[in-house]
Design a protein around this ligand. Structure first.
Ligand code: AHR
Length: 505
């Protein structure tokens, strides 16, 4: 008979490892929204043109979309993609991107010409091929509430000037776009069409009223931050119309100088996203929209800022060639993978409030995928999404962690392990996802859950040969998930250094 170990609740003498995971007594599993595995794409550099849309590519389909990219996005079951920006949207007029005659427009945000050959209808068509929900961010910079609501008419009505325009453009059926955001980062001086706190609430309120007058069931977002000085007034003025508030996070500031932070410094940043989430939850509660009445959409996030000097310095202008530095493969390492896994764990731990998250961006720049004429490169972060969407169960089982500390520079420290336990609806299957942030040492984890565990547990591990390992053209699979059997010893499993592991039992 297969020998089973009954792992009792962890007792001090049993916890050989200082790292222990206990199920929270009396807790109930929470179903998370798979839209936390969403993505973002912007009209920036080669994300759209030369990224997902390249009619001259040998991989292009009849619409000019790269089929190798679409297949990769299906592999990670992309559930939602936010478009067209980002800062770009704050000077974008959607009508320029529809209809038979497209005029190129000078994109004042990124200071290049946009051919407008990829617009709303192409975006919707692309989303249908990927199998994801479209999520449109509107122009609250140089745009108006009426322009936003006209865009909703174009997409969702079959009457009126704009709905009939879509039909005349060859799309008889409404696009039925459910997810709409008012504005991008209008709170920031870097944004063209930035707004003051006093302006923002009323603008969102009036935009929301117009958009809801077109489609009353919209899922409506507004640009917010985890700073109450901006977000509290917004909620007081417009909260009653909103389903979500959007926050963004980039933690390695590479806008102007492309010198990626080293692994250990990136690990010291892994607690920051959850701190932002907790601050934002506090603001929602203070404004009377807690408990899920308004949820959080972390709809732009990435460890690394995009590199585009000198964004926001309007007297200096951009160094356009510098954008190529985003393509350097060696900067997307296990630091990016483990930070991203910790970010997703934070979203899972707050599954009752964090409903959507969009990795920024999806293709090229700092994306999970890099494209080149002969194919695509799956960066380390792609494999993180692959493991989460394809190996986790549908519910989060609340657990208490007791974890050793990992010391960083300048007295910084963080818990060395970061994990989430997921469970199937019927409670029969578990998938534990856990990060070991230690760049050198394996770490033991006591699985203190009151469940018979097999002595040998199937695992999937992403770790590379070193913390700084990465994939590149010609070495596409240097860092890729590997099957690994874990043997339970005294209730402990040993997790490899600089690793993301999913244990299924
Ligand atoms: O660096 C890209 C920019 O980051 C996005 O356009 C904007 O939304 C965020 O500030």
């Amino acid at each position: 008979m297969k020998k089973h170990l009954l792992i009792l609740l962890s007792l001090p003498f049993m916890a050989h490892a200082q790292n222990t995971m206990n199920i929270v007594e009396g807790s109930s599993p929470i179903k998370y929204n798979n839209m936390i595995f969403g993505h973002f794409i912007e009209h920036f550099d080669t994300q759209i043109y030369g990224g997902i849309f390249d009619p001259n590519s040998k991989f292009a389909d009849e619409d000019g979309f790269r089929t190798d990219v679409i297949e990769a996005l299906k592999q990670i079951k992309v559930p939602i993609v936010r478009w067209p920006g980002g800062c770009f949207v704050s000077t974008y007029h959607w009508v320029d991107g529809v209809g038979p005659e497209r005029q190129p427009v000078y994109d004042k945000t990124w200071q290049v010409e946009d051919p407008n050959t990829f617009g709303t209808d192409e975006y919707i068509k692309w989303c249908r091929k990927v199998g994801c929900e479209p999520y449109i961010c509107t122009n609250a910079g140089t745009g108006t509430p009426e322009e936003m609501s006209d865009w909703v008419e174009y997409c969702n009505l079959s009457v009126g000037k704009w709905g009939r325009m879509r039909m005349a453009n060859g799309y008889a059926e409404p696009h039925n776009v459910k997810y709409w955001s008012v504005g991008n980062e209008n709170w920031g001086a870097h944004e063209l069409g930035a707004r003051t706190v006093q302006e923002w609430g009323p603008l969102v309120r009036e935009s929301a009223k117009l958009m809801l007058s077109v489609s009353k069931d919209l899922k409506l977002f507004a640009a917010a931050t985890s700073n109450k000085n901006w977000t509290l007034p917004l909620l007081r003025e417009a909260g009653r119309h909103l389903n979500y508030i959007s926050i963004h996070g980039y933690w390695d500031p590479l806008f102007h100088h492309n010198n990626p932070a080293p692994f250990i410094d990136c690990m010291m940043k892994t607690d920051a996203p959850e701190q932002d989430i907790q601050r934002t939850i506090g603001i929602l509660e203070e404004a009377g929209f807690g408990g899920g009445r308004i949820k959080i959409a972390y709809d732009e996030w990435n460890l690394r800022n995009w590199h585009h000097p000198w964004h926001g310095n309007f007297r200096r202008g951009f160094d356009l060639e510098a954008r190529r530095k985003n393509d350097i493969p060696s900067q997307y390492t296990m630091a990016d993978a483990l930070f991203s896994a910790c970010f997703l764990n934070a979203c899972l731990r707050h599954a009752d409030i964090v409903d959507i998250a969009c990795f920024s961006p999806i293709v090229n720049t700092r994306g999970a995928i890099f494209v080149h004429p002969e194919g695509i490169l799956k960066r380390t972060t792609f494999h993180v999404f692959d493991m989460y969407v394809n190996l986790l169960e549908d519910y989060v089982q609340p657990i208490d962690w007791n974890t050793e500390r990992l010391e960083g520079n300048k007295n910084a420290s963080t818990g060395v392990l970061d994990g989430v336990l997921t469970i199937s609806e019927d409670g029969t299957r578990h998938a534990l996802v856990v990060v070991n942030k230690d760049p050198k040492q394996s770490r033991k984890l006591t699985l203190a859950i009151n469940k018979k565990l097999p002595r040998r547990i199937e695992g999937k591990v992403l770790c590379g040969a070193s913390p700084d390992d990465y994939n590149e053209i010609g070495a596409e699979n240097r860092v890729t998930p590997e099957d690994r059997m874990f043997v339970l010893k005294d209730g402990c499993v040993e997790l490899p250094p600089h690793s993301l592991t999913v244990l299924r039992f």
